[in-house]
Design a protein around this ligand. Structure first.
Ligand SMILES: [Zn+2]
Length: 134
């Protein structure tokens, strides 16, 4: 809430609001619309302006604007397409990970089977040795 520059009284709302179009300074593009609130202090009567909001406007040729809108649409399409491809890749990656896990398990299984075969052979040999002493 703005305060009176003379006595400091806070003032709730402007007496009126008007808009000012500001031409571009050198090196700037476009116009700026300033909404200015005119305040009047109820205590001492001082009038003072406060800029309520600013909006910049660029002047652009219609053809150029249409081109930008077309480009934007194409970009959005590309983005959607890329997102879909990304999701597809993640699915493939996920499947590949699972396949790799399965391969690892198969390798472990083979190694366990080899151990079992070896242990069975050992058992057989031990039994044969024990049979000799029996
Ligand atoms: Zn005042």
């Amino acid at each position: 809430m703005p305060a009176c520059p003379s006595c400091g009284t806070k003032i709730q709302s402007p007496a009126r609001v008007f808009s000012v179009i500001v031409e571009p300074k050198e090196g700037e593009r476009g116009l700026t619309e300033r909404k200015v609130g005119m305040y009047q202090c109820p205590k001492c009567g001082t009038k003072f302006p406060i800029v309520v909001s600013r909006q910049r406007y660029l002047i652009i040729a219609e053809d150029q604007l249409k081109q930008i809108q077309t480009d934007l649409k194409a970009l959005k399409r590309d983005h959607t397409e890329l997102k879909k491809q990304h999701e597809d890749l993640e699915t493939v990656l996920d499947r590949t990970k699972k396949e790799s896990e399965v391969r690892q398990l198969e390798t472990r299984l083979r190694s366990l089977e080899e151990q079992i075969t070896y242990l069975k052979k050992e058992k057989g040999e031990l039994e044969a040795r024990v049979a000799k002493f029996a």
